[in-house]
Design a protein around this ligand. Structure first.
Ligand code: SF4
Length: 907
């Protein structure tokens, strides 16, 4: 019997609602929840394929331990695992004090999970060493809001997008990173032809395609841009003096500073035309309602807090805040970074937006928890935490639901730190992340579709997360693991009140305690309960006791949560980036995201169709930079700086200025023989938010000659088989100076292995790869060998179907072969062409265009279905095209109409 359970998407901070379909105890489908206010039934590609990630192959299902670092993992019982963890943590704390241990957690945890981690560290152990991967993501937005508006509270809602007269997207690419927000931007454009859209981004991103004005500023010049705009607003009398006088402080001091940013100078710093800067400022002031959307481009910087503040200044100076369609709206990266901030799950925060540095706040929380004190000494934030692990100041670390061995900057140092740590616990849903290689103890956690709790999205909206199925094996909920560990640790530390400190039987009890900490605070949710969220659906905060609804928009009355009720202008100046390109590293490597992947791909990297847009890491470069290095698209380059190196394929891409290169941050050691772009990023941090400068790094890029290519494309019977094969084949990545592995395809999944070497790949390695990929057979084999040219090719075909191809020495046909295998389009009579030295497909293999990006449906598939008698409804039923975000429905209808016309003409 089929059932549907309401929950949320576990990827980005848009926080879309989903309906999870289950059948016989397993997740069978997913669709957008039409009643969820964040998405009203829409989903992007990632959300629409969530059900396909519910595969147990890479799941950590049982507690495991390693006797020695790098040794084999052995299954152990939960009791043994948690007793060992408690003993090791207790011994470390007894010998070296509470600050010798640390917790590194995640914006993907539930609010309830976050709350108990925070209480464990700050309330039970007495250390503030609890930080999170949100430090890499949103901490500059937190600090920016607090410095200017007085509280970490995004003042806007998604509804404002439709009411804006100007949308200013700065350091964000919602078309890719927050796709449902981008659908709202598209809706706003369709509804209002006068709407202006400005995108400030060093790269002409996918979001910039919709812009009326793209400002391709030099990396790290955001403050100069915003100060320059403010200079124009002031000089042209476009500020709102009444609003400034009534609701803000500090304007004169800032106005003095921005005198130094006249348009020509500011534009020169930013590397954009002065006219464009003038245009941006005038549109901002004249729109009637300007809405700024911003994210990592501002946050991931050594000046991230001031980047945020400088942008917020534009809103305060023009009074464009606290009214419909206007305000500074930071888009949250992770699904529950907001919830983590709400419970104070960072090294410098306390519950309910309290500050650790405030003695009154510490005393309040100590009273609330019933502990003698909350320690005053600041905890280590992410980058420092790992540095302290390396020096031995921190000896034991507990990592939950995150993968620092890929996501932190300067990976060589991070990996050394993990290696140096005395004891590493990893609490994870997946057992194959890079961090798992360093764990002494691995604790299996429940994942999407299995968890209980609440999350808060970018617009302060709290949603219930509900389980649709049980977690696999012995995996437990994150909060359960923490509470069980806390009780055991408390007993070992002779903490008499530990059971009273951690009395919870379920997630709701934790939520209720967290709720009480918010009483009277800016994010007061004392009017909320699980029952209310159950009955009335997701709700925005604040939602105090007695309220009948949350607040859509903050600061409508012009009062801000500061001591004097006024917002603050902050003295911000442009400063050079932490990692300035120089002779030895002349290119700015920008990192960004792909539409179909999430973070380190531990989940999205298990779904073949999510690689159909790109199944190989590519470094995008400007054509002049390529010519200067004698490079063509498809060549291999070595990207280096003092922190690391990677070999990657280069591609000429429009939209990049000279001196800039771009690469997605998702690719890491699970898919290539390098930890990826973050390995080269510098670990300089913003002094207020402690957020590192992940967004760009100065690098050298040079051609690398590896003239012997190899490609293997292997069809698998099922996705689980493909995942197992991919896992086994990863062991061969290190055998080549360049190697990548990925999935591809739809119903018939493929594993794609690519490599290149300086000399011909020897027969023994080819034989080993053939064995691994099931190509070591004569049954159905077609072989072509040209020993003189070191070419060795083999195809396996059975019953007219190509099952696998190995091309060594010459790989021109790999691209079309892969596509033809994925679409099952290769006619049996043409299989011999699989070994042909041709980059062009035979005429029977039609080039395809993806029509529905959410469901990854091509025009070829639609034509096939129409030929089999499907109509529009039939297409939607069978292929699911146009059933998610809906933006491709006109295209699908057009193909249906064209097909009908052709059929009529032929009749
Ligand atoms: Fe998930 Fe996409 Fe919605 Fe983000 S926009 S929450 S990834 S469905």
């Amino acid at each position: 019997m089929k059932t549907e359970v309401k929950s949320t998407c576990c990827y980005c901070g848009v926080g879309c609602g989903v309906l999870i379909e289950t059948e016989e105890g397993r997740i069978a489908g997913v669709r957008g929840d039409p009643e969820h206010p964040a998405n009203r039934g829409r989903l992007c590609t990632k959300g629409a394929t969530l059900h396909l990630t519910a595969d147990p192959t890479y799941r950590l299902q049982y507690p495991e331990r390693r006797a020695t670092r790098g040794g084999e993992r052995q299954r152990v019982s939960w009791d043994a695992a948690l007793d060992e963890a408690a003993e090791r943590f207790a011994a470390t704390i007894r010998a070296h004090g509470p600050d010798s241990v640390a917790f590194y957690i995640s914006g993907q945890l539930m609010t309830e999970d976050y709350y108990v981690f925070n209480k464990l560290a700050k309330g039970l152990i007495g250390t503030n060493n609890v930080d999170t991967n949100s430090r890499l993501c949103m901490s500059s937005a937190v600090a920016g809001y607090k410095q200017t508006l007085g509280a970490d509270a995004p003042p806007c809602s998604y509804a404002d997008i439709l009411q804006a007269g100007l949308i200013f997207i700065a350091g964000a690419n919602p078309a890719v990173a927050h796709p449902i927000v981008f659908r709202y931007i598209e809706d706003a454009r369709a509804a209002n032809p006068d709407l202006k859209i400005i995108v400030a981004d060093p790269r002409r991103s996918e979001s910039a395609e919709i812009a009326d004005l793209h400002l391709p500023i030099k990396p790290g010049t955001d403050i100069a841009l915003f100060n320059g705009m403010l200079n124009i607003l002031i000089n042209e009398g476009l500020v709102d003096p009444d609003y400034i006088a009534a609701h803000t402080t500090g304007f004169e001091a800032l106005a003095d500073i921005v005198k130094n940013y006249p348009p020509a100078i500011a534009a020169d710093i930013c590397g954009i035309p002065t006219a464009d800067l003038l245009q941006a400022a005038r549109w901002f002031a004249a729109s009637g309602a300007s809405l700024s959307l911003y994210c990592q481009g501002l946050n991931q910087s050594a000046h991230g807090t001031h980047n945020n503040a400088a942008l917020i200044h534009l809103h305060l100076a023009t009074g464009q805040i606290g009214r419909p369609g206007a305000g500074p709206f930071s888009l949250t990266g992770q699904p529950n970074a907001m919830g983590g901030r709400e419970v104070g799950g960072l090294a410098n925060l306390l519950s309910a937006h309290r500050d650790l540095g405030n003695p009154a706040h510490r005393a309040e929380m100590a009273r609330f928890w019933g502990v003698p004190f909350v320690p005053a000494r600041p905890g280590k934030s992410a980058v420092d935490l790992f540095k302290s692990l390396k020096t031995g100041e921190i000896k034991a670390v507990w990592i939950a639901c995150t993968n620092p061995a890929q996501s932190l900057p300067n990976q060589a140092a991070v990996r050394e730190a993990l290696q140096a740590a005395e004891f590493v616990v990893l609490q994870e849903a997946y057992g194959n992340t890079d961090t798992a290689d360093y764990a002494d103890l691995l604790l299996p956690a429940s994942g999407w579709g299995e968890k209980h709790g609440t999350v808060t999205n970018s617009e302060r909206c709290i949603s219930r997360v509900r389980p649709a199925v049980a977690a696999p094996g012995e995996a437990r909920h994150d909060w359960e693991i923490v509470v069980d560990f806390a009780r055991r640790l408390g007993r070992k530390l002779d903490h008499a009140g530990v059971d009273r400190l951690f009395p919870y039987d379920d997630a709701e009890a934790i939520f209720n305690e967290h709720r009480e900490t918010t009483r009277g605070r800016d994010l007061d949710i004392t009017g909320l309960s699980y029952a209310l969220l159950e009955a009335d659906g997701p709700q925005q905060w604040p939602y105090p006791e007695g309220a009948s609804a949350g607040k859509v928009r903050l600061y409508e009355d012009g009062r801000f949560p500061t001591a004097d009720g006024r917002a603050r202008f902050v003295a911000v100046e442009h400063r050079p980036t932490a990692d300035v390109p120089a002779e030895e590293a002349p290119i700015s490597l920008l990192s960004g995201r792909m539409r179909d992947h999430w973070h380190g791909m531990s989940r999205t990297g298990t779904v073949p169709r999510l690689f159909n847009l790109e199944d190989e890491p590519l470094l995008a470069m400007h054509p002049c930079d390529m010519r200067h290095r004698n490079l063509e698209s498809g060549d291999l380059v070595r990207v280096t700086n003092a922190r690391g190196a990677m070999t990657v394929r280069v591609a000429e891409r429009p939209g990049l200025q000279r001196g800039r290169a771009w690469m997605p941050m998702h690719w890491g050691s699970q898919f290539m023989n390098s930890p990826g772009a973050n390995a080269l990023a510098c670990d300089a941090v913003d002094p207020y938010s402690m957020q590192p400068e992940l967004k760009h790094a100065a690098v050298q890029i040079a051609r690398v000659d590896l003239p012997y290519p190899l490609a293997i494309v292997r069809r698998c019977a099922s996705r689980s088989d493909a995942l197992v094969l991919m896992q086994e084949a990863r062991s061969k990545i290190a055998a080549f100076p360049y190697a990548t592995i990925a999935l591809y395809g739809r119903s018939s999944p493929l594993v794609v292995f690519r490599a290149a070497a300086a000399a011909a790949v020897d027969d023994a390695l080819i034989a080993e790869l053939d064995r691994l990929f099931g190509m070591d057979t004569d049954d159905g084999a077609i072989v072509y060998v040209d020993a003189r040219r070191s070419i060795a090719k083999k195809a396996i075909a059975r019953e007219g179907r190509l099952l696998g191809v190995r091309l060594a020495g010459e790989t021109l046909a790999q691209g079309w072969l892969k596509q033809a295998m994925a679409e099952d389009e290769l006619d049996a009579s043409l299989i011999r062409l699989a070994l042909a030295p041709s980059a062009k497909p035979p005429v029977t293999v039609a080039p395809r265009n993806i029509v529905c990006k959410c469901a990854d449906v091509s025009d070829v598939q639609i034509q096939k279905a129409l030929a089999q008698g499907a109509d529009l409804a039939g297409l939607q039923e069978k292929l699911k095209c146009g059933t998610f975000c809906g933006s491709c429905v006109p295209d699908v209808k057009r193909i249906v109409a064209q097909y009908g016309t052709q059929e009529a003409a032929a009749a």
